[in-house]
Design a protein around this ligand. Structure first.
Ligand code: CP
Length: 304
């Protein structure tokens, strides 16, 4: 296992299998443990978060680590301190690891390379680049709900261009050899990875892509990564053609499951009632399984 977790590219198939095994152990374990006793883990989020920050914190507490949450809004950034200096200072206080979310692609990667930062770095989402722990947690849930991974038709729908979650999912499926992956987006938000991956099919039509799907993962429009003109130009198109509802799900397999990494905008990406319909929606299970996977990730990197 690599020293840091920045990208799915840091992992081998053996690493992923080991993480799945340990995460399955943590799913069963109800008691808190002392596996990471005497470890100090810092959460530094330059961008807002509900799930990832709390999930890493919960995972660290369940493993007996101490947590330091730096509130960026009351940090010295406004006095001119650079974001790198913020990370260097927390590292100098002896944090064994620093979990970083940042709006710049590759910021956690640059921290991991910085000779003044000794802590192990975890990427909790960097710009539009990657969100590896989210993809690994989702994979854990998939192995429980749909164990025949290599036979599945997986549809990812929404703002793929700006989705770090989608990018980590795509890299993970490619590494695992999962072949039937369909990316659906309006033209402005679609990607083209033809030179990189051969397991992807691109669509503009959700109605076409969703036929016989086993898993549908919906993504919100990442308004914060586009200018207002582009956002207002695509918002109606998105609502009309990329909104998942009961009628569209009828075209998928009968036992189709619905994922969304959150935050969800009700009645925009997904019909309001469907979000809480547990026959389809596994959105809160993604959160539960995400904690167990982050326990496995923290254990593996901090004890090596
Ligand atoms: N899934 C996810 O990254 O959610 P948050 O932005 O709330 O952390």
């Amino acid at each position: 296992m690599s020293k840091h977790l920045i990208s799915i590219e840091d992992l081998t198939i053996q690493d992923i299998n080991h993480l799945l095994k340990r995460a399955n152990f943590f799913l069963q374990q109800k008691e808190f443990s002392n596996i990471l006793v005497n470890k100090l883990i810092a959460n530094i989020f330059f961008e807002k978060s509900t799930r990832t920050i709390s999930s890493f914190q919960t995972a660290a507490l369940k493993l007996g680590a101490k947590i330091l949450n730096l509130n960026i809004e009351s940090s010295s950034g406004e006095k001119g301190e650079s974001d790198f200096d913020t990370i260097r200072n927390i590292s100098a206080m002896g944090a064994d690891s620093i979990i970083i979310r940042h709006y710049d692609n590759m910021f956690p990667h640059l921290c991991a390379k910085d000779p003044l930062i000794k802590s192990k770095i975890f990427n909790a989402g960097d710009g539009v680049n990657e969100h590896p722990s989210q993809a690994l947690g989702d994979l854990l849930l998939m192995t429980h709900l749909k164990p025949n991974l290599s036979d599945l038709k997986i549809v990812i729908c929404g703002d793929i261009l700006n989705s770090r979650v989608a990018h980590s999912h795509i890299k993970l499926y490619n590494l695992l050899g999962i072949k039937n992956i369909h990316l659906v987006a309006p033209p402005e938000l679609q990607v083209n990875y033809c030179d990189l991956y051969s397991n992807l099919t691109y669509h503009y039509s959700l109605k076409e892509a969703i036929i016989e799907a086993d898993i549908v993962m919906s993504l919100r429009i990442k308004k914060e990564y586009m200018n207002n003109k582009i956002f207002s130009g695509i918002f109606d198109e998105f609502k009309n053609f990329y909104h998942i509802n009961y009628d569209l799900l009828k075209l998928a397999k009968k036992d189709v499951i619905l994922f969304h990494p959150g935050p969800v905008n009700h009645d925009i990406e997904i019909e309001h009632k469907l979000i809480t319909d547990l026959n389809y929606s596994k959105i809160l299970d993604q959160v539960t399984y995400g904690v167990a996977m982050r326990q496995a990730i923290l254990e593996n990197i901090l004890l090596n």
